[in-house]
Structures are given as C-alpha cells and as structure tokens.
Design a protein around this ligand. Structure first.
Ligand SMILES: Nc1ncnc2c1ncn2[C@@H]1O[C@H](COP(=O)(O)OP(=O)(O)OP(=O)(O)O)[C@@H](O)[C@H]1O
Ligand SMILES: Cc1ncc(CO)c(N)n1
Length: 270
C-alpha cells in the first residue's frame, strides 16, 4: 500500500463499544483508515448510563501523545471526551507539533444525561483548543454552552455556527440538529458559507454514540483527502445509515451499526 491515511482519536472509553474510543476506531477501520487512539479517561458505562470515570494521570496522557508524535504519521485527528482543563492544556500544547486536520467533538454530556466534562474546563476549551480546530461539531446544547446563547430555531443554529468561527476562532463549525424535532439537519459554516446537511429522522431509541461516530467519520474522510464540505457530506451519510441499521442491544439506548453503514456507503463510492 502506497499511502495509508492515518487517523487518531483522543477520547474516553466505552466498554460497551457504542461510543468513545471504541466507536471511533470502528469508524476509522470501516472507512479504510489506519486508526490510533490516545485515552483521556476510562469510563465505566453502557447503553444505560455512566457508572464511574477514572481520569488518566496528566503525565501519562503526555506520554501517550509523545508515543504517537515521535513515531507515527497523523493525517487527521479528533478529540472527544476531554474532561479536565489540565488535559485540554496538554492537548493544546501538543497539537501544534503535528501537521494534521483537527476535528473537535466538544463532548460535555452523555446521551444518558451524565456529565462527561468538568464545568471549569469550558473556558480552556473556548480559549485554547477552539482556535486550533479545523472543525468543531457541537450539538445544540454544546453550541449554546460555547456561544452563551439559546438556540431555538434553525436560524439560531446557523448564527451559532457563524459565531463559533468568527468570535471564537474555530476553523469551521458544524452545529448538529440531532436534539431538535423534525428532520435531522446540521449546519456547517466554513468561514465563507453555510452548508446544509439534512436527512430524515429515523425513529429509534438506539442512538448511543452517534456524535462520536459522526466526528470520527469526518476525521477519516479528511485523512483520506476529502475537502471539508465533502467529508461532512459523506460522514452524514455514514452516520445516518449507522443509525438506520442500529443494534437493538443493551437495556438503554443501543449502539449504531458501523459495518452496515460502510456497506451502504460503499455501494455508492468505495
Ligand atoms: N434519530 C435520528 N435520525 C437521523 N439522524 C439523526 C438522529 N439523531 C441524530 N441524528 C444525526 O446524527 C448526527 C449526530 O448528531 P447528534 O446531535 O445526535 O450528536 P451528539 O448529541 O453529539 O451525539 P451523542 O449523543 O453521541 O453525544 C447528526 O448528523 C444528527 O443530525
Ligand atoms: C467516552 C464517551 N465519549 C462520548 C460520549 C458521548 O456519546 C460517551 N457516551 N462516552
């Protein structure tokens, strides 16, 4: 193989396999990227919720990052759960050392309602990490937290995407409408124009890890050399199919189906 696209996730774990590092690696693999993973926190969770969180020591986070940058190529990376401000500072110091697209999924609260980030980390996320991003992918509550403004309408979603780029220095912003009623519509602002990505809303409770899968798919397509709008378009297709074919596993919100998603998208382009 001549050129292997290499994708890295920096995130927390999900032993039940639907979200976090586990979902990211499955997505990278299905989208033909060499997947790498740096763990921020070990999370005892499943489809019903979070039982406990164990944050890895900061020095160990640094050593994991160093293990990547001194040895491996990275074409695109994503961050997911980064719970503490000191972890964010370590990551913010490291990212400029490598030359890669950076997709931030600003994970704050799990689908089950459990908090996955400390309140005091929000300021560091805004000031240190956002300006380093190629793209940030907040859902509506996360976009509200970043901008400090309520989002009620689709116009509000578009304005939030613009504000996150213009006022907070993100490279681009994708505000996701998974949490609203009606179609599943997301708005991307890349600094120049607004792009709309829309799909039908699939009636299912099995949406554990949708945000992780979506941002990992965008990261994979960027690693493969797709432009940002094209990467988001393909990733939206991938996550929609992953939800459509989601598994009815566990007693809560079941996981999405990565291999069925790849089969659906590969019929069209792979
Ligand atoms: N029921 C659904 N049917 C179709 N698409 C959906 C559905 N729910 C979410 N999506 C889409 O899935 C993608 C992930 O968005 P979502 O808002 O669920 O992310 P998130 O809240 O960050 O996820 P998570 O719950 O993993 O934190 C978006 O493109 C969103 O529009
Ligand atoms: C580790 C982790 N990251 C993100 C989410 C959000 O789905 C989750 N449940 N767990």
């Amino acid at each position: 193989m001549k050129h292997v696209p290499c994708a890295l996730t920096i995130a927390g774990t999900d032993p039940s396999g639907g979200a976090g590092i586990q979902a990211d690696l499955k997505t990278f693999q299905e989208l033909k990227c060499y997947g790498m993973a740096v763990i921020t926190s070990a999370v005892a969770q499943n489809t019903t919720g979070v039982k406990d969180v164990h944050h890895l020591p900061l020095g160990f986070l640094e050593k994991q990052l160093q293990s990547i940058s001194e040895d491996m190529p990275v074409h695109a990376l994503k961050t997911g759960m980064v719970a503490q401000k000191d972890m964010m500072n370590v990551i913010a110091d490291w990212i400029p050392k490598i030359d890669a697209y950076y997709v931030m999924d600003p994970v704050m609260i799990a689908q089950s309602g459990d908090s996955l980030s400390e309140e005091e980390s929000r300021e560091v996320l805004r000031n240190q990490l956002l300006p380093l991003t190629s793209l940030v992918t907040p859902n509506i509550p996360e976009a509200e937290e970043i901008t400090g403004k309520r989002i009620k309408t689709e116009k509000d979603m578009k304005e939030a995407a613009e504000a996150i780029v213009k006022n907070f220095g993100a490279g681009a912003a994708l505000v996701k409408g998974g949490h609203k009623k009606g179609t599943a519509v997301d708005y991307l602002f890349d600094g120049n124009e607004i792009y709309t990505f829309e799909s039908e809303r699939i009636q299912t409770k099995n949406t554990h890890g949708t945000g992780c899968t979506y941002s990992a798919a965008i990261t994979a397509y960027l690693a493969r050399g797709y432009s940002l709008p094209e990467a988001v378009k393909q990733a939206k297709h991938f996550v929609t199919e992953a939800i459509r074919h989601s598994f009815d596993l566990g007693h809560g919100s079941g996981p999405t189906n990565h291999f069925a998603a790849r089969e659906e998208v590969s019929n069209k382009w792979m």
